[in-house]
Ligand binder design. Structure first.
Ligand code: SF4
Length: 437
């Protein structure tokens, strides 16, 4: 069956498991690498001898999607299209049938979904479809969108039996053992002493070959005012480096992996641990990319070591080029520090991309102009602008009471910024302009 792990790939020497769990990933989500969140869930519950099945409907449907859908796959507007689910349901019904077969054949009683804002409609429609055939099946919903439900109190138990807010491992295990609550909120693991084995995944489905996602630590040390990260994980939680080393060794041996993409919010959150991680990466002769934070306390040697360790690309949340605006955002660095950080990266010959936010609450014309000036002054240092988004206010997430600037004004500034990038020949990613809607 396409997209479903064959049972002989499961962890060897495990007794016949009586509890079975199916996880379904609905489109449209980024599809180039296997999803890391579910991979962690699977490896954790498998330690308790639970049999896991994974059906990546997202990757399967993306493969066969017409170009008009593929072009805007990860842009939220796709979710708004009435015909998105219906198109795939009609043209790829065999995949939906495979899900039913899988449930029936394996007598699966619990099925889980990863909810994102972009795929929630597809999730609901898939759940309705499954419930028509298996009305008693237990449905569990986790993922970033469930955090928004928590903020807005939008839980609707008519189709979903269990909601999980925050990290999912402990909550899912309890649900599978019939000890779960209808709503589990922020039940985190103290220590993450295991790594995802990706045995449930058909890795041929993903565009990036010999490549896997990995994570050094959950959470972030910063508390940027607009970011949900400071609420999702109470403190920065790095994993044990010996576990990371074992994971890399396993991925290289088992899947011939030569490229790792770190999914950390801030890979350099703890500089000592980051430095030790670089030693592990050097000894593994592997390429990697990651998101890191601008911090003034990184020595030049560390940048050179990053290059030596196989760093190929970095994503950096610059967000603004105005000191007063950076302060309003609580970004924890100044423009002078950002400039120095970029110089160090240039010196080490490391490619990087930055993101920007336009129309942050109270952003003045002067601050917006300062951002343009900063970009112009540092054009030779910034290889690429990866993402420009207008600020979105998510009540409960934004740290302080805010007065968002008029949407029209924000859109005008976005246009001005894009014009500015165009006129001045900046390297920027067109498809990631204002895609975070
Ligand atoms: S550094 Fe990045 S991940 Fe951390 S709080 Fe700020 S925006 Fe969020």
């Amino acid at each position: 069956m396409v997209g479903v792990a064959s049972s002989n790939l499961a962890t060897p020497n495990v007794n016949i498991m009586s509890i079975k769990y199916l996880h379904i990933l609905c489109p449209p989500l980024w599809e180039k690498l296997p999803p890391l969140g579910p991979a962690y869930l699977f490896s954790y519950i498998k330690l308790q001898k639970i049999k896991v099945y994974f059906y990546d409907l997202n990757a399967l449907l993306h493969r066969g999607a017409p170009i008009e859908f593929k072009k805007s796959w990860t842009i939220n507007s796709l979710n708004m299209r009435e015909d998105f689910f219906e198109f795939f349901f009609k043209n790829y019904y065999e995949y939906f049938e495979q899900i039913l077969n899988l449930i029936e054949k394996n007598n699966i009683k619990v099925v889980g979904f990863s909810f994102f804002n972009i795929n929630k409609t597809f999730c609901y429609k898939t759940i309705s479809f499954i419930k028509k055939f298996f009305p008693d099946i237990r449905v569990v919903a986790g993922g970033p969108e469930i955090f928004s439900y928590y903020v807005y109190n939008l839980f609707n138990y008519s189709q979903i039996d269990n909601f999980v807010v925050g990290e999912g491992e402990k909550a899912l295990l309890e649900i599978l053992q019939n000890k779960g609550k209808e709503l589990t909120v922020f039940e985190s693991l103290e220590e993450i002493d295991f790594f995802p084995t990706f045995e449930e995944f058909d890795l041929t489905l993903y565009a990036r070959k010999k490549s896997l996602p990995i994570m050094l630590g959950r959470g972030c040390i910063n508390k940027c005012n607009f970011c949900s990260e400071r609420l999702l994980t109470k403190y920065y939680k790095p994993k044990r480096l010996d576990i990371i080393a074992k994971a890399i060794e396993y991925y290289k041996t088992r899947f011939k992996v030569n490229w790792l993409t770190f999914y950390d919010s801030m890979l350099n959150a703890n500089i000592r641990i980051f430095d030790d991680l670089l030693d592990i990466l050097i000894s593994n002769n592997i390429n990697w990319d990651a998101q890191i934070g601008i911090r003034p306390d990184m020595e030049e040697e560390l940048f050179l070591k990053m290059k030596e360790s196989g760093c190929v690309n970095l994503f950096i949340g610059l967000e603004a080029g105005s000191d007063s605006l950076l302060q309003k955002m609580n970004k924890n660095f100044t423009t002078k520090e950002a400039k120095k950080f970029f110089q160090m990266l240039n010196k080490a010959n490391i490619h990087f991309e930055v993101s920007l936010i336009v129309g942050y609450p109270d952003e003045t014309e002067k601050e917006f102009d300062e951002t343009l000036k900063f970009l112009m002054d540092n054009k030779d240092k910034i290889p690429k602008i990866a993402q420009v988004s207008i600020f979105r206010n998510y009540p409960g997430i934004t740290a302080r009471k805010i007065t968002p600037i008029e949407e029209n004004e924000a859109l005008k500034r976005l246009d001005r910024l894009v014009d500015f990038l165009e006129k001045n020949n900046f390297n920027y990613t067109r498809s990631y302009i204002n895609n975070l809607v």
